[in-house]
Design a protein around this ligand. Sequence first.
Ligand code: ZN
Length: 251
Amino acid sequence: MIIDAHMHLPVGYPDFESKKAKLLSDMKSDNIDIGIVISDSELTSEIGSMDDCVELFAANCSNVFVAAGISPHINCKEQLLKLRKHLAEGRVIAIKVYCGHEPIYIDEEALKPVFEVASEFCVPVLFHSGWDNAQFASPDRVRTAALAYPTLRLVCCHCFYPEIELCLETLKSLPNVYFDLSSVADDPSYIPTIKATLEKFIPQMPDRFVFGSDYDCCDRKPHIDLCTSLDIPKEFKKMLFCSNAQRLYNI
Ligand SMILES: [Zn+2]
């Protein structure tokens, strides 16, 4: 069984229903049993806002769950109210903040209301890391946030790609930080190094990695291939592909 814990609605389709149909048919052809679709923090977006994704999946799709994007800079008070309602009704299973896509530092005060809602409803907070503008969620800042909210589970999407080793080394001592491997297999030239890094760190904390692809921004196949190819004990691979996400997201 495979859970893709990091997907977005595909772009380039005329409406949300056709995006949803494409996402579901690609899940089927890629043998993905369960997926988490992550909304944008914007109110209108090609990949869907929180409300768009909730409306598309929450009530009528038993194998796709919604993580809601939110921003302290975009209509935050109203969005937080909506988010609380969705969380209370079980229509959202996690929250995402786009550090780096937006000028938000992971350890800044403005995220306090978001972290408080996540803590209240016991859901994890995912955050973008690495790639461009990586300073907004640098491993040191993640450490500061994780220490300030020791009971909040933080999910480091992309593991500060491409500096995955630095990320894992800096954050391995923080048990409330999890690692989502989405987008790490984007560039074939980095894959051998990333494979070796994961083979070093997964056995040190096998319960803290989840499989994700960043569909449809990235190809899913190289991500499945990378994780399948890892030279780690079978039980750790099962945790990576499935049981860690089940436990982390309570699905
Ligand atoms: Zn993503």
